[in-house]
Ligand binder design. Structure first.
Ligand code: HEC
Length: 166
């Protein structure tokens, strides 16, 4: 009788344990939402090499692996990060802090920081579901230092004169 109760208790614990694991898994709808947000959020435009040139026709297995082509401006030269690598070892909570942090141009961090938590989480689970892939993007180069990779000159030209206030 006692053994039976213990066995029953263990079976119940095992079931609860499985449910907890299942609850932590994103459902299909959340992954679909993540895929959609990454596309319309424009993340691939910078974080997927060649995406714009291919009009978005890049295999999904290749996306968000970063770009070796820098953006150069007064801030130095920045490279769209490979998002597939760091996300694999991050908790959901760490991702929220990471995704909301201030970044250098031209990363539109001020937009991403305003994204609703459930959408940020959907992006997290979607990127994780793609698995780790690719190399780390080149390191940031401070202003005035030599840039040894291809880069895009991201400096506005031919601006109209600013209206003088005096
Ligand atoms: C206009 C180009 C551009 C777009 C669009 C863009 N990013 Fe970025 N992103 C960058 C660049 C460049 C960096 C590196 C910034 C730096 O070095 O501080 C970056 C950095 C990041 C980082 C920090 C990575 C790290 O480890 O430094 C995250 C997270 C990120 N982007 C997520 C996103 C997501 C999600 C989207 C879509 C909603 C997005 N980005 C859209 C260019 C872009």
């Amino acid at each position: 009788m006692r053994t039976k109760m213990i066995a029953g208790g263990l079976a119940l614990l095992a079931t609860l344990g499985n449910q907890a694991v299942l609850a932590a898994q994103p459902d299909k709808a959340a992954l679909e939402r993540g895929r959609y947000l990454v596309i319309i959020g424009g993340c691939n435009d910078c974080h997927t090499a060649g995406y714009a040139q291919a009009a978005g026709n890049i295999p999904e297995s290749e996306i968000l692996t970063g770009s070796p082509v820098g953006f150069s401006g007064p801030w130095g030269t920045t490279y769209p990060a490979n998002l597939r690598l760091p996300v694999q070892t991050m908790s959901e909570k760490e991702w929220l802090t990471y995704a909301r942090a201030e970044r250098r141009p031209p990363m539109p961090w001020f937009n991403l920081a305003k994204m609703q938590e459930k959408d940020l989480k959907a992006i997290y689970h979607y990127i994780r579901s793609l698995g780790a892939k690719g190399e780390k993007a080149p390191d940031y180069v401070p202003p005035g230092e030599a840039v040894n990779t291809p880069y895009i000159d991201f400096v506005p030209k031919n601006l109209p004169q600013q209206a003088r206030k005096d």
